[in-house]
Design a protein around this ligand. Structure first.
Ligand code: HEC
Ligand code: HEC
Length: 353
């Protein structure tokens, strides 16, 4: 053992550590480049800087009698705004808004999202929408960007509401501005980073006018209602990364709730695994009572609001649902949840698909 030997092993060690450092640098840069490429080809860079949004404009929707009436009908009926923007009254079937909380918003703790808050949209100046402009409301409802420029958590069905005609949107806003102000003390939504990032992907500015819908036939009238009332949005399964699974429109499977208290959205296509056995009378009965014969529907299905639709709208909706492509997809909430390869979620009889 001499000095020369020591020097030799020291320089070997130096050489090794240099080599290791090189490998580490190449490795880290490689991973970094792959991440950059992945972000570029998937969600793009936009979400890191916030949602796509347009500048606000100065406009005011005049609250005519006709608009207030139409706005009330839409808001308290097909669009079911207060299912989410109020405290639910669980003691009443269908969980309508608890008296005195209509439009006041709430925290989504019992649904498993303790960080999610539906804002107060009543005209209260301090805790609600009293100081927001009409265009702030318009942009939030159809384009998913809040009064403060943030992306709204996509539980707010703004993609479905983006089909609302300009005139129907004006009616909704005129009406929401006329309801009783409610004072609430709610924090702001604070989504975990991944949700925040993903939420920024979806908002899309609407820069062209949306004309009145063609309601010349029951099927066309029903199609408009199915879009704006979010039957399409809620009853079409979402993949884990994609907004919807193509070819499975209205076929059910989305799961709400948490733990052992979950409910999956039903298949409402005219397939044997869906509601092919319905007739118009049964459809009306289900939508108005929240019961399919003796089976009670979970209040996630907003029948308590949807039931306010007129007979003409309701039968048109039914006529439209009958024209849908039948999709074979068994969803049964009376059975224990199992993995489903079709909708990639876990619901009753998922293993039969
Ligand atoms: C299925 C639940 C749901 C329904 C139905 C719903 N909302 Fe929302 N709404 C939300 C959620 C969730 C947010 C955003 C929470 C967040 O990201 O802070 C939101 C946000 C908003 C905002 C943005 C407020 C702000 O801070 O700028 C407005 C305005 C609004 N909703 C109005 C409506 C109106 C009007 C309707 C009916 C036409 C409606 N919402 C129906 C869940 C809902
Ligand atoms: C917020 C989500 C949501 C929206 C919006 C929604 N539904 Fe549902 N719907 C559900 C859920 C969840 C169920 C299953 C409830 C259960 O089994 O207890 C359901 C069940 C149903 C059923 C009963 C099917 C059966 O026989 O089991 C029908 C019919 C139905 N929905 C029609 C509609 C129509 C039409 C619309 C639009 C006007 C609509 N739903 C909007 C969530 C929703």
């Amino acid at each position: 053992m001499g000095k020369a030997q020591d020097n030799k092993s020291a320089s070997r060690l130096r050489r090794w550590s240099r080599r290791l450092l090189k490998i580490a640098i190449y490795g880290i840069s490689g991973v970094f480049v792959i991440i950059l490429i992945l972000i570029t080809v998937t969600i793009g860079w936009r979400p890191f800087f916030g949602p796509k949004s347009r500048a606000l404009v100065d406009r005011k929707f005049e609250a005519t009698e006709a608009r207030l009436a139409r706005g009330q009908y839409l808001t308290e009926g097909p669009l079911h705004c207060f299912q989410c923007h109020s405290e639910p009254d669980h003691a009443t079937p269908g969980a309508p808004a608890l008296a005195g909380t209509k439009g006041g918003g709430r925290i989504w703790k019992e649904e498993g999202f303790p960080w999610l808050v539906t804002p107060n949209i009543t005209p209260d100046k301090e805790t609600g929408a009293g100081n927001w402009t009409d265009d702030m409301m318009a942009r939030a409802i159809r384009e998913g960007v809040g009064h403060d420029g943030r992306a709204l958590f996509p539980l707010m069905p703004y993609k479905s509401f983006s089909h609302l005609s300009d005139e129907d949107l004006a009616s909704v806003i005129a009406y929401v501005r006329s309801i009783e102000p409610v004072r609430t003390d709610l924090p702001k939504t604070k989504a975990p980073f991944a949700f925040w990032l993903l939420g920024n992907v979806f908002p899309e500015p609407l820069t062209t006018p949306v004309p009145q819908p063609d309601v010349s036939t029951p099927v066309k009238r029903g199609e408009y209602l199915a879009q704006v009332s979010d039957c399409a949005g809620c009853h079409t399964p979402r993949g884990r990364m994609t907004p919807t699974i193509p070819g499975m429109e209205f076929a059910g499977g989305n799961v709400f709730g948490q733990g052992d208290k979950t409910v999956a959205v039903a298949n409402i296509t005219p397939d044997a695994s869906g509601i092919s056995y319905y007739d118009e009378a049964l459809f009306l009965q289900v939508m108005r009572t929240g019961h399919v014969k003796a089976r009670r529907l979970d209040p996630v299905m907003p029948w308590v609001y949807l039931r306010n639709m007129t007979d003409e709208d309701m039968t048109s909706l039914y006529a439209y649902l009958r024209t849908l492509k039948p999709v074979s997809h068994v969803v049964d909430n009376t059975e224990p949840p199992t993995d489903c390869r079709l909708c990639k979620q876990k619901h009753g009889y998922g293993d039969r698909n």
